[in-house]
Ligand binder design. Structure first.
Ligand code: IPD
Ligand code: CA
Ligand code: CA
Length: 257
């Protein structure tokens, strides 16, 4: 059975409610790596989402950040990040989201991102446009990199792995109006879709971070590729460049320079 966009909306709102209830309280935090955390609310929210999806859509495959792959039909796949912005959440910084994508035959067809602190629900359905709290959104009009506001993030092993995005960060910082780091890739993409940022890139990211947001950007009139300009940003080695379309080639030139 195929989900409806309202199913994704309800899942995102339900997950956001759990995250908001836990935010700011005393929460259990475990370390996954040197700076990579997981909180009890990553797990609780994921339990809620996996339980709801598996009961409503029993045969579907579900891929989540904390549990990995829950086997099902390969042509119907959900990518779930129950809490995108875990480090912010653990530090009491109110910038985090839940990201839910539904794919058919390797193509994202529906996506929802919910930021419970701003009460902002972003949804997109392929061919139907992107909406924020029910209103259509469009990417920005900026056409020059030096008039663009950008956003990025860094991999958790940046202390030890030299492929850490600091080179690209430095190159864009001196060629743009600024490069922000919000700490939630899903919010970064939602903001590109809404025209708040003009471009977002990240290397060595994960499919659950970008699946829903990539559809939002495309449906809002923007362009999404990997950082080499290719179409396979959702892959075994994901990277992403998501822009308003107008500055895409200028950003690609910097990434390749
Ligand atoms: C992280 C955030 C961050 C991005 C990292 C992600 P998490 O996700 O999206 O902005 O830079 O690459 O791993 O760990 O908070 O779900
Ligand atoms: Ca994430
Ligand atoms: Ca996460």
């Amino acid at each position: 059975m195929k989900p409806k966009i309202t199913d994704l909306e309800n899942l995102a709102l339900g997950a956001g409610k759990i995250l908001k209830e836990g935010y700011g309280g005393k929460i259990q935090i475990d370390m996954k790596g040197k700076i990579d955390l997981v909180t009890e609310f990553d797990r609780r929210t994921e339990d809620y989402l996996v339980g709801a999806i598996r009961s409503q859509f029993p045969g579907h495959k579900v891929i989540t950040e904390e549990r990995g792959v829950i086997q099902g039909e390969n042509s119907r796949v959900w990518y779930i990040d129950p809490l995108d912005g875990t480090v912010n959440y653990a530090h009491g910084v109110p910038i985090f989201s839940v990201s839910i994508a539904y794919m058919e035959n390797d193509q994202v067809v529906m996506g929802a991102i919910y930021d419970p602190m701003q009460a902002e629900l972003y949804v997109a359905e392929r061919g139907q446009g992107a909406r924020l709290n029910g209103r259509p959104v469009r990417v920005s009009q900026a056409s020059a990199l030096d008039q663009s506001l950008l956003v990025t993030g860094f991999p958790y092993d940046m202390h030890t792995n030299p492929v850490n995005n600091l080179d690209h960060y430095a190159n864009f910082a001196v060629r743009s109006r600024g490069v922000r780091g919000l700490g939630s890739a899903a919010i970064d993409l939602a903001y590109v879709a809404a025209g708040r940022f003009d471009g977002f890139w990240e290397i060595r990211i994960h499919n659950w971070d970008i699946a829903a947001g990539s559809l939002l950007v495309e449906e809002a009139g923007g362009k999404v590729t990997d950082v080499r300009g290719g179409p396979d940003f959702i892959s075994d080695e994901p990277s992403i460049l998501a822009t308003n379309g107008r500055i895409h080639s200028q950003m690609l030139a910097v990434l390749q320079g």
